[in-house]
Design a protein around this ligand. Structure first.
Ligand SMILES: Cc1cc2nc3c(=O)[nH]c(=O)nc-3n(C[C@H](O)[C@H](O)[C@H](O)COP(=O)(O)OP(=O)(O)OC[C@H]3O[C@@H](n4cnc5c(N)ncnc54)[C@H](O)[C@@H]3O)c2cc1C
Length: 403
């Protein structure tokens, strides 16, 4: 998208670039997922988030009254674009981008005072306890029980695919508080520290090779976990409303297009430079068509994302627009990852395969290409988490097309 930035926008862009020069240290870049397809150690993630928080740039979607920067959609876009171009790592979205909007809308004043400032200052990392073994797309079928015992709930059950549970300090969690009526009517939205007795986290090994403390996802077991009733957000048995509201922010809350554009520019350079040594690629008509189609997709996505941020700035809910953004953002990103593996060919394989036999030499492929295959495998998740592509299409068919 060719945006006409005003002088004020350009000044803001300069401010972001200057800030990045000082704060995006080589250690932060080197340990980020962008560079290694690995997860930053918690201390490094907190270091990065605290730098952003100190500048007031961590909770960028928040309204000004809660400490957000009050940016225009264009400023938000510029910020994300500069972050992507600089190779800056993402931040943990679960507190600031997902749980916070729920607390702002459904929480009591006391809950807002308790939970929002530590998110704003990046004092705590959160994780999301929605999915269960057997309850993913059909989330309302969840079975983790919370039974009232005086001023407490006692929770028993299990959550799965919980991203970052092993580094999280708190979890927001959907629990079943009633089995009466429709499944949606018996769910409550609660929050609790991961250090609560009875919470156990087990890593899940994934196809991208991440494991052993550097894992991404986990299964979480909840055995007689006792939490005070005042850690429920919203009314008892009305948690489904909170859950759906949160998903609107999960699906659209992180713009895809700036990082997508940055990956696409890298892909274009790879095709042009023929990373696998095949200099004909850049002149190949089929490749040129693939690149043109992808560029059009990204431009379309940018328009939807600007609409999304305009809605937030205007105080509206994102609604089903977030499904459209999630669907196209993730599918096009996967396409770009697949093309990158195609171009890099065997150099895309992870490190050990690139060594010459019986040698301790460094990888022999083009610099950085050995992250492409792990990234491709990691990227398969994007069309599954936050609601699979099929589920997003279902939502759009109903809410946008009235089918
Ligand atoms: C890497 C990763 C990270 C995740 N992180 C988290 C997390 O932090 N917290 C959390 O709570 N969850 C997380 N999830 C879980 C994710 O939300 C679920 O995997 C997702 O909702 C799909 O559920 P499922 O895996 O049970 O698949 P299923 O629901 O069993 O779906 C299987 C297949 O059936 C299709 N399908 C199901 N229902 C329909 C339908 N109605 N119409 C058409 N097709 C349908 C699906 O599209 C899919 O292809 C994560 C998942 C992954 C892969």
């Amino acid at each position: 998208m060719h945006m006409n930035f005003t002088d004020a926008d350009r000044a803001f862009q300069g401010e972001v670039r200057d800030w990045l020069k000082v704060n995006l240290t080589p250690e932060i870049v080197g340990e980020s997922k962008v560079a290694r397809n690995a997860h930053m150690p918690k201390e490094r993630l907190l270091d990065w988030q605290k730098r952003l928080a100190a500048k007031g740039w961590l909770c960028t979607n928040w309204p000004k009254e809660y400490g957000g920067p009050g940016w225009s959609p264009t400023q938000k876009y510029i910020f994300e674009m500069e972050m992507a171009n600089a190779g800056a790592p993402g931040t943990s979205p679960f507190g600031p981008k997902m749980c916070a909007p729920v607390i702002m809308k459904f929480g009591t004043e006391e809950q807002k005072r308790r939970y929002l400032p530590p998110m704003l200052h990046s004092d705590l990392i959160w994780c999301q306890g929605y999915s269960e073994p057997g309850s993913g797309s059909d989330l309302a079928s969840l079975r983790t029980r919370a039974v009232r015992d005086g001023d407490h709930y006692v929770i028993n059950g299990s959550k799965t695919w919980t991203t970052g549970a092993h580094i999280a300090d708190w979890m927001f969690c959907l629990v079943r508080t009633s089995t009466e009526g429709k499944p949606q009517d018996g769910i409550s939205f609660v929050v609790f520290p991961m250090s609560t007795p009875g919470v156990k986290v087990e890593p899940i090994v994934t196809a991208d090779g991440n494991r052993d403390g550097n894992n991404e996802v986990n299964q979480v077991f909840l055995d007689d976990v006792r939490i005070p009733v005042d850690q429920r957000i919203g009314e008892e048995n009305k948690g489904w409303t909170c859950a759906k509201y949160l998903l609107e922010f999960e699906r659209g809350g992180n713009p895809y297009s700036p990082r997508l554009r940055s990956s696409f520019e890298r892909l274009k350079r790879m095709v042009g430079e023929a990373a696998n040594g095949d200099a004909k690629l850049g002149r190949d008509a089929a490749w040129r068509e693939k690149l043109a189609r992808t560029e059009i997709e990204i431009a379309g996505l940018e328009m939807f994302e600007m609409e999304f941020y305009s809605k937030l700035t205007g105080g509206q809910n994102p609604g089903p627009l977030s499904s459209m953004i999630k669907l196209r953002g993730t599918e096009v990103m996967q396409q770009v990852q697949e093309y990158a593996v195609d171009v890099a060919a065997h150099y895309a394989a992870p490190f050990p395969n690139q060594r010459k036999p019986n040698s301790n030499e460094e990888p022999i492929g083009p610099e950085g290409s050995d992250v492409l295959a792990p990234r491709y495998f990691n990227g398969r998740k994007m069309t599954i988490y936050g609601g699979s592509s099929e589920v997003q299409r279902g939502i759009m068919a109903k809410a946008m097309l009235g089918l």
